[in-house]
Design a protein around this ligand. Structure first.
Ligand SMILES: O=C(O)C(=O)C[C@H](O)[C@H](O)CO
Ligand SMILES: [Mg+2]
Length: 403
């Protein structure tokens, strides 16, 4: 089955997405997500200029060979732009292979390990009380797991919290990055109060998650992990920027709070020491940044040897194509933990028809052949790209910090 055509579709139905479509001489086509928030056009150029011309004429069934052709063959390995491009190709090829087999993707991966996959929702508020109201709304919708983020007195704009109540949270809100400010001291003093309030109001059974978004040093993260142990979080996410993998060792030595990391990692090598030493509990890399099904299958199997489970990234800046494929992967993967879910804008859902569905706190994979997500190209054309960057963060003295 030869690849005859491959092209990128850039569209902004509610926010920017880059989608790859690969067509074959069999009439079957596959769809991949190539979105890298705030750096979309870099992936488009990488695909259009360097990858797609080299795919024409290749056998769409040779997924493993094409993966290595793009990874080893580029000479320049890894990195988010390269790996997002490889991921999009890989997702589209798995979509084609599953369609050719007339099977939903989870069947091709090895069949169901579970009927449904637990997902967590984002609950945010300017203050603790508003956040608790959001938790209540999501509990009423059936969620068994919630991520809680609340404003911190004295910090003007904070990660995860919409600027005005009721507004959708979208961090990529300006063509030139907005500048936020950060105080570790104020955050560390306030954060445990949020978890205490959630446990007091909702009891012990609800799974509670929190994202530190890379802002602490290892010893500060250790202090937070220890302080929140009584509230038994499901996980504490990205508590430090972990390019130095050994950072996680120090945190681990001090706390039993489970640790999730890796939404900005794109290769198994970014995790190797953390996994082999069991310094973490959940891997976060999404299918669209970590080399697609081929890359994440290897990583998940490796993590499974060390009792580490999956908890894939699932914000609105990954398209329904990535989420749909993730629901299939989650349905199969033996060491599944949880799936993030940040509801897409209705315009996004209009452009990306899909057959995964949400039911009582879980996603259920559809039965359509492939990953079950398509793109309506006419609808996509109605929403042109809008330049949008993620913010930068500064400490109160002006030092550029981690956002
Ligand atoms: O969903 C999360 O856990 C995030 O941290 C979301 C990120 O800020 C977002 O994907 C950046 O583009
Ligand atoms: Mg995160």
């Amino acid at each position: 089955m030869k690849i005859t055509e491959a092209y990128t579709i850039v569209s902004s139905p509610g926010r920017n997405f880059v989608t790859l479509k690969i067509k074959t001489d069999s009439g079957l086509y596959g769809i991949g997500d190539a979105t890298l928030n705030g750096r979309e056009k870099a992936v488009v150029a990488y695909l259009d200029e360097h990858v797609l011309p080299a795919l024409i004429g290749r056998d769409a069934h040779q997924i493993e060979d094409i993966w290595h052709y793009l990874y080893r063959g580029a000479y320049w390995r890894r990195g988010p732009v390269t790996m997002s491009a490889i991921s999009a190709v890989d997702l589209a090829l798995w979509d084609i292979k599953a369609k050719a087999a007339n099977m939903p993707l989870y069947q091709l991966l090895g069949g169901k390990s579970r009927e449904r996959v637990m997902t967590y929702a984002h609950c945010t508020g300017q203050d603790i009380e508003t956040c608790l109201e959001e938790v209540q709304k999501h509990v009423d919708l059936g969620y068994k797991a919630v991520r809680v983020q609340a404003g911190v007195p004295g910090i003007k704009t904070i990660y995860g919290v919409a600027k005005t109540p009721g507004e959708r949270y979208e961090p990529a809100d300006a063509a030139i990055p907005a500048e936020h400010s950060w105080s570790t001291e104020k955050y560390l003093n306030h954060a445990p109060k949020l978890f205490k309030a959630v446990r007091e109001r909702f009891g012990d059974e609800l799974h509670v998650l929190h994202d530190v978004h890379h802002r602490l040093t290892p010893i500060e993260a250790a202090r937070l992990g220890k302080a929140v142990e009584p509230y038994h979080l499901f996980w504490l996410e990205d508590c430090v920027p972990a390019e130095n993998q050994e950072s996680m060792k120090l945190i681990r030595q001090h706390t039993t709070t489970p640790l999730a990391i890796g939404e900005v990692f794109n290769s198994i090598h970014d995790y190797r020491e953390m996994i082999e030493n069991q310094w973490i509990d959940y891997i976060r890399t999404p299918l669209s940044h970590g080399g697609g099904i081929t890359g994440l299958r290897r990583l998940a199997d490796f993590a499974g040897l060390y009792h580490i489970r999956t908890g894939f990234h699932g914000p609105t800046d990954l398209s329904p194509v990535c989420l749909g494929a993730a629901v299939h992967f989650d349905t199969w993967v033996p060491n599944f933990g949880i799936q993030e879910h940040m509801a897409h804008d209705p315009l996004t859902d209009e452009v990306f028809p899909h057959d995964y569905r949400f039911e009582n706190g879980h996603f259920i994979a559809g039965e359509a052949p492939g990953h079950g997500v398509d793109i309506d190209e006419d609808a996509a054309a109605r929403y042109p790209y809008k330049p949008a960057s993620l913010p930068v963060n500064r400490l109160e003295d002006g030092t550029l910090w981690h956002w």
